[in-house]
Design a protein around this ligand. Sequence first.
Ligand code: ADP
Ligand code: ASP
Ligand code: MG
Length: 416
Amino acid sequence: MIVFKFGGASIKDAEGVKNLVKTLQTVGFEKTLIVVSAMGKITNALEQVIDKYYKDKTALQSAIQEIKKFHNEILLDLFANENHAVFARISSLFDELDSFFKTNKSPDYNYVYDQTICYGELASTIIISAYFNEVGLKNSWLDVREYIKTDNYYRRANVNWEITQAQISTKFNTNTLNVTQGFIGSDANNFTTTLGREGSDYTAAIFAYCLNAESVTIWKDVPGVLNADPRYFENAQLLNRISYREAIELAFYGASVIHPKTLQPLQQKEIPLYVKSFLNPEAAGTKVSKGMDLDPKIPCFIVKKKQVLISLSSLDFSYIVEENISEIFSLLHLYKMKVDVIQNSAISFSVCIENNYNNLGKLIQHLKAKFRVVYNEDVSLYTIRHSNDQVVKQLEKGKVVLLKQLTQSTTQIVTK
Ligand code: ADP
Ligand code: ASP
Ligand code: MG
């Protein structure tokens, strides 16, 4: 089997869906599994729906209707016949979401989130599967929730590999073109779970692992993995080859082109990962596999915006010792802060963190009871892999450097 993953950007409109077909016709689609995300920015739109459910029920209906309309317009562009069954299927899908809100009794936000957010992937795959059949790409639509089984840690569920492997081994037909959803799974009670935002790459890797696939390709709006995010850096260069290890490092530091969880399962079975452009499917793109670190071996830049830098010192200027550090980390864990850099000196301790769950106020308040706290919101964290003096100096030009850390192959700089 070959596994392909198409993200939101590749299918943001009807043109994108048509291009998907063209891509498959160019590169082949026999014995292929296509993993698809929600179309365009639909996942964000569904987050707004959830927000309305909690904060403004009067606007809930129209938020759902807007998403339904978005998909309906894509259908109108793709299907000449408005009586095609797919129209009714999409319509009833959103009626189902509507009735979920009417009947839901659970107070658990994370549970509600996952039961709602999955409609993006369900809708996109229903549309794509129907369109494929329409243009002669015969395929099976799979509900991924029957294959990827997880615990019930809603919004960041953990895969139960044993059951998932068993489901895929017994139920998956490897002799055909299959279309399924990325990002979602289900728990032991068959409630929908999700693998974390941007998790569709990971879905592709899970299937590849369980199917012993030949390769995985994730199709992107960039030529492959570049040595920097082209949105923030000019002249980003294509990396032709990357080792699993180097790719894991890049993803860990925040190179968002590959979801960080994607690489481990592939590395374990030495399944190559290709990152290619859906705009130029015949180009080689990037190959991630066993072997050489990086080709070409050039510095790689990763930026994370909207970070928070917190510096702590003891109230009486005594040393910051292990006990304090352990206490600080307990609080960071409690408030679900992802720590990206730490630095300590005799009387101060600094951490650069991501405030993904809106808990900064509570954390600061808690810390202030024990420490002198200075913090800076909206700082940027730059990580340079394979750095050298020249590129670091160039990057620092015109920026206020708040913190800097060097190891043999990696430089990290926090700037305002
Ligand atoms: P998907 O459609 O699969 O969700 P994403 O938008 O998540 O795709 O990922 C593609 C984007 O990742 C690119 O448009 C680019 O801006 C960004 N990106 C960040 N770092 C890199 C990098 N090192 N190389 C290429 N693209 C990168
Ligand atoms: N649709 C989901 C998201 O936007 C998953 C993904 O795109 O990978 O986070
Ligand atoms: Mg994405």
